[in-house]
Design a protein around this ligand. Structure first.
Ligand code: F6P
Length: 516
C-alpha cells in the first residue's frame, strides 16, 4: 500500500484544490506579484494552413505549472517559440491566456536563432540534459553554447525585472535552462523572493564534476531562496555537489547551503497533475467519442488486448527498449500473436540535435522490424504514431489500454504515469512503470521494472495481462487515491508554504493543518 495516499487519508483531510491554493497564495503573497519563468511557454501560437492556432506544448512542466497560475494569477515569462507568437502579443509582448478563459498574462521573450541554438539546443539540451539524466548519452560542452546560455539568462533577467517593475515579487523559475537567472535577479533586486524547481534529476557529484563551468552555474543557483527537486536523492546529490564544488557551507541537517551569508533551502517536492480535472475530463462524452475513433483507426474488433506508450521522442524515455520488450513478449507468448496491439505515440522533440534524429530513425526501424516479424494479413502488433493530438485523444487512448508502459531509462518524474492513473476512473488498466522514473516513489502499486532488462518488461506485460480483475481494481484504486491527494495543488502548496515559512514562519502553521 502506498505510504503517501494512505497517510493523507489517515489524517482525514480532503485533497487540496485550485481554490485552496488560490486562497493560500492570496493570504501569504498578496503583497507580492507572482512571476513564473521558464524556457517553454504554456501556449504556442502557430500558423497552420493560413490560420493561427493556439496549442499547449507537449511538456509536463507546462501542464503542471498552468493550474497554479490559473489559481493564483500572475505573469508567466517564457520564450516565444511559435511561428505566430509575435502576431498575437501586444506592444509589451503580453498575451492573456488560457485563450478560452484568460486568467494570467504570458510575457514572451524573443531570442535570435543563434541564441536558441547555443542556449537551448546546445548548452541546455546537449550539455545539461544528458549530464543530469544518466542514460548513457555523452554530454557535449561548447564554449560558444555557454556564452549564449549566459547571454540568454541575462535576456530573461531583464524581462523579469521589467515585469516586476521594482515591486515586491515572488519569482518562481523552472528548470535547467535558467540556472544563472536567480543570481542575476538577486544581485539587482535583493527584495525579490526567488525559488526554482529543477524538473530533471540532479546527478551525483562525480558525474557533475565534468561540467566545465560548474562554479558559475552553482553560484547562479544559490541566488535562490529555495530550490526544489522531485526526490530527496536529488537534493542529497545537489548538496554533495555544492560541498565539493563551491565555496559555501552545506548544512545537511537543515538541508540548506549558505554562501556569502545567505541561505538557500534545498527541498524535495514530487510534482504532480490536476487529478480532479483530468479525471473528470476523461469521463466526458468527447473522450468516449474519441475511443470509438481510435478503435476504428486501429482496426480493433473487440477481441484484442491493447498496450500503450506516450512519450516525447527522447533517448531518456526508453522507447527502443519498449519495442524490444514487445517483441520478446510475442516470442515468449505466441498465443498473443494476432491479438495484441501496442500503440506507441512519439512526439517529435529537439529535432535539430543529431542524437534525437538518430533515435527517431532507430525507433522507426525497430517498429518496422517487430511488425515485419510478427504481422499477419490482417494484424500488426505495433502502431507507431508521430503526433501529439491533444489531451482528449490521449485520454481516450489511456482508457482503451489494458496496460500502459511508462519505462524511461531515467526521468525526474514522468507525469504520463500520473495522467494514465487520472484517466482510469473505471479503476481498471495496469501501469507498468520504470524504477528509474521519479514517479515510481509515489506509485508503488504499479508493476515496477528495470527498463534496461527487456525480459523484465516482457514479463511485466504478461503479468499485467494475467492479472485478475479484482487485483487490477485494488491497485488502480490505491494509485488514484495517492495521485488525488498528491496532486499539483498539493505540490504547489508545499513549495509556496516552504517559501512563506522563510518570511512568516508562525502564521504558516495555520495552513499546516489543511495541507494533506
Ligand atoms: O521536464 C523537463 C523538460 O525539459 C521541461 O522543461 C520541458 O518543457 C519538457 O521537458 C519538454 O522539453 P522541451 O521544452 O525541450 O520540448
Amino acid at each position: 500500500m502506498s505510504s503517501n495516499g494512505s497517510s493523507s487519508r489517515a489524517t482525514g483531510l480532503r485533497p487540496w484544490g485550485r481554490e485552496d491554493l488560490g486562497r493560500f497564495a492570496r493570504d501569504y503573497f498578496s503583497d507580492r506579484r507572482i512571476i513564473v519563468v521558464s524556457n517553454r511557454e504554456p501556449y504556442v501560437h502557430q500558423w497552420v494552413g493560413g490560420r493561427v492556432e493556439c496549442l499547449p506544448p507537449a511538456s509536463g512542466m507546462a501542464a503542471a505549472i498552468g493550474p497554479i497560475l490559473r489559481a493564483a494569477g500572475g505573469t508567466w515569462v517564457a520564450h516565444g517559440s511559435g511561428s505566430a507568437d509575435r502576431r498575437t502579443v501586444d506592444r509589451n509582448d503580453h498575451v492573456a491566456v488560457p485563450p478560452d478563459n484568460p486568467s494570467y498574462v504570458l510575457r514572451r521573450v524573443w531570442l535570435t536563432k543563434e541564441q536558441e541554438a547555443g542556449y537551448y539546443y546546445g548548452l541546455s539540451n546537449e550539455g545539461l540534459w544528458p549530464l543530469c539524466h544518466v542514460a548513457f548519452t555523452r554530454p557535449v560542452f561548447r564554449q560558444e553554447d555557454w556564452r549564449r546560455y549566459r547571454e540568454v539568462n541575462e535576456v530573461f533577467a531583464r524581462a523579469v525585472l521589467e515585469e516586476t517593475g521594482g515591486e515586491r515579487s515572488l519569482v518562481f523559475i523552472q528548470d535547467y535552462h535558467l540556472a544563472l537567472l536567480p543570481r542575476l535577479l538577486k544581485e539587482r533586486d535583493p527584495n525579490l523572493l526567488v525559488a526554482q524547481f529543477w524538473h530533471i534529476p540532479w546527478p551525483n557529484r562525480e558525474v557533475f564534476r565534468v561540467f566545465p563551468w560548474s562554479e558559475e552555474l552553482l553560484d547562479g543557483l544559490l541566488g535562490n531562496d529555495l530550490i526544489g527537486f522531485h526526490l530527496r536523492y536529488h537534493c542529497q546529490n545537489f548538496l554533495e555537489t555544492l560541498d565539493q564544488g563551491l565555496e559555501c557551507r552545506v548544512d545537511q541537517e537543515r538541508s540548506e547551503a549558505v554562501r556569502g551569508g545567505k541561505a538557500t533551502a534545498v527541498r524535495c517536492f514530487p510534482i504532480s497533475i490536476d487529478f480532479e480535472s483530468q479525471s473528470t475530463e476523461a469521463a466526458s462524452p468527447a473522450v468516449t467519442g474519441e475511443m470509438d475513433r481510435w478503435r476504428r483507426e486501429l482496426g480493433l474488433s473487440g477481441g484484442e488486448v491493447v498496450g500503450i506508450g506516450l512519450d516525447r521522442l527522447d533517448y531518456t524515455k526508453g522507447i527502443p527498449e519498449k519495442l524490444k520488450a514487445v517483441d520478446r513478449f510475442l516470442e515468449q507468448n505466441p498465443s498473443y500473436v494476432g491479438r495484441m496491439v501496442f500503440v506507441q505515440v512519439v512526439v517529435p522533440s529537439r529535432s535539430r540535435i543529431p542524437t534525437y534524429n538518430a533515435l527517431s530513425e532507430e525507433v522507426t526501424r525497430l517498429a518496422e522490424e517487430v511488425n515485419w516479424r510478427w504481422s499477419t494479413d490482417s494484424w500488426r502488433p505495433v502502431a507507431l504514431l508521430r503526433n501529439y493530438e491533444g489531451s482528449v485523444r490521449m485520454m481516450a487512448l489511456h482508457r482503451l489500454a489494458d496496460f500502459c508502459l511508462v519505462t524511461p531509462l531515467h526521468d525526474g518524474m514522468n507525469l504520463v504515469a500520473k495522467e494514465f492513473v487520472a484517466s482510469r476512473f473505471d479503476e481498471d488498466g495496469v501501469l507498468i512503470l520504470s524504477n528509474f522514473a521519479g514517479s515510481a516513489r509515489d506509485l508503488e502499486e504499479a508493476l515496477l521494472v528495470n527498463p534496461f532488462s527487456v525480459e523484465e518488461t516482457a514479463g511485466a506485460i504478461l503479468k499485467a495481462l494475467d492479472m485478475l480483475p479484482e487485483e487490477r481494481r485494488k491497485r488502480m484504486q490505491r494509485l488514484r487515491e495517492t495521485v488525488s491527494y498528491r496532486n499539483v495543488y498539493w505540490w504547489a502548496g508545499k513549495v509556496l508554504r516552504s517559501l512563506a515559512a522563510r518570511e512568516i514562519p508562525a502564521q504558516v502553521e495555520r495552513w499546516e493543518t489543511t495541507l494533506p
